[in-house]
Design a protein around this ligand. Structure first.
Ligand code: GLN
Length: 456
């Protein structure tokens, strides 16, 4: 813990952390030492981690990357945080992220951008950019992230680390500041599938405080990751595994370096015994408009709680209550958040609801059905995580829609509520990392982790 606190201090310019609490971390590490001495250590006892600043934490400030929540102190821990604490992890602080997790580059943080450790002139991806930067720069062995439309997988891909977004409902959303509730999922970001499996095991499980929490017995993802497949051998651990390649995930416009790295990783999976099958997800392109209607719609509703009354920023000067609401929100929210509130309010408004929101919900169902058709032909779906490697800082300042389009390969699994994973595939343009995405059927996290572990 002391070593990593030193690294964090030395690498401050990467912008990974919004808050570091050295004293609390060292106290946590000492408590872990005592537990180990008492013979009560588990696999995560004393492991230094940090949380994306979208999880509320008692004792450390929580901002969600927004000025709206500057100085906010939560009276309770998010379930994910509480469970990792109980497993013995030591939290070093809070990690930078896009404001309310809206973004793909961490440049929407109201505080400062995070930088990609592979090339500090580039973005680390987002919205869990601080988590990705911290793990990739070896400031931490692992971190928590959240993924609404790709925010664990895309930054993992951009920084050459491993991350998994489990099936919707596997991790509790209690205490995770809501962006789009029907899509938000927590997950681990770490150096390997094995570390992700250990973290996910501790983070997940039914929680009566989250109405959409999946009612299942606790899962040992690490054991699932290690369980050999039927008919597998030491040299062919993936024998019998059918990996589906949706043709829509390899379009003309896919950057050739990404295509080559992903195909290289797929060839390795074949050597391990997997077979590749062509499949189709015909509505892949539609996932962009569908997501950018549903997510802002839910966001506009979720963010209505920030009115300057109960918590968060309150304007200093105002004439009456309405003026106080307006000024507090105008001052507290950044431009991307305001854009989404306006889009969301519009698509939910009388006269437009049927044309946009309802239509998007229907298509969302069809996108989920398309996946089920694929899973009749394969066990796992694979493809790129993003169409390019990490782009330069400020590259998309003038046109925020560019970032929306780059979410094309992560949005479909999010809309369907399926588990998705990013693991290093190779390198592309400028020596930047390229991720391989694996998508599984509902609750098939074990299969994803097993496949990734075989490759790693
Ligand atoms: N890039 C997507 C967005 O901006 C996804 C963000 C996320 O998963 N939190 O909405």
């Amino acid at each position: 813990t002391r070593h990593l606190l030193g690294r964090i201090e030395a690498q401050q310019s990467l912008g990974a952390f919004l808050h570091v609490d050295a004293e609390a971390a060292l106290a946590g590490a000492r408590a872990a030492d005592a537990q180990r001495a008492a013979g009560q250590a588990g696999p995560l006892t004393g492991v230094p981690i940090a949380h994306k600043d979208i999880f509320v934490t008692r004792g450390a400030p929580t901002t969600a990357g927004s000025k709206m929540l500057a100085g906010y102190a939560s009276p309770f821990d998010a379930t994910v945080v509480a469970r990792l604490n109980a497993a013995g992890t030591v939290s070093l602080g809070k990690l930078n992220c896009d404001e309310f997790a809206m973004g793909s580059a961490n440049e929407n943080s109201a505080y400062f951008a995070a930088h990609n450790p592979w090339d500090a002139t580039r973005v680390p991806g987002g919205s869990s950019g601080g988590s990705a930067t911290a793990v990739a720069a070896r400031l931490l062995p692992a971190a928590t992230g959240t993924d609404t439309g790709g925010s664990i997988r895309q930054p993992a891909s951009f920084t050459g680390i491993t991350g998994i977004k489990p099936t919707y409902g596997v991790c509790s959303r209690y205490g995770m500041i809501a962006f789009a509730s029907s899509l938000d999922q927590a997950g681990p970001m770490a150096r390997s599938a094995e570390d992700c499996a250990l973290l996910l095991g501790a983070m997940s499980g039914f929680d009566e405080r989250d109405a959409t929490s999946a009612q299942r017995p606790p899962q040992d993802f690490h054991a699932q990751m290690l369980t050999p497949r039927e008919g597998a051998s030491a040299s062919q651990p993936l024998a019998g595994l059918r990996i589906g390649l949706p043709r829509e995930f390899f379009p003309e416009g896919l950057s050739s370096d990404v295509d080559a790295a992903v195909r290289g990783a797929l060839a390795e999976l074949q050597k391990l015994g997997a077979t590749l099958v062509d499949v189709s997800l015909p509505r892949t392109q539609l996932s962009i408009p569908v997501y950018y209607i549903i997510a802002p719609a839910e966001a506009s509703s979720n963010l209505s709680r920030f009115d300057g009354v109960k918590f968060g920023h309150r304007a200093q000067q105002y004439t009456d209550l309405l003026d106080m609401y307006k000024k507090s929100r105008a001052e507290g929210f950044g431009p991307e958040v305001k854009r989404r509130i306006m889009i969301g309010t519009y698509v939910l408004s009388h006269g437009y609801y049927d044309a946009y929101y309802l239509q998007a919900q229907k298509l969302r169902r069809m996108i989920a059905d398309d996946f089920q058709a694929c899973f009749r032909q394969c066990d796992v779906i694979a493809g790129p995580v993003a169409p390019t490697v990490a782009w330069a800082l400020h590259a998309q300042d003038a046109d925020p829609l560019q970032a929306y389009l780059a979410d094309i390969f992560t949005l479909p699994a999010s809309l369907a509520g399926l588990p998705g994973m990013s693991l290093p595939a190779g390198f592309g343009e400028g020596g930047m990392p390229v991720g391989l995405q694996l998508i599984g059927n509902y609750f098939a996290e074990g299969t994803l982790l097993h496949t990734a572990h075989a490759l790693q």
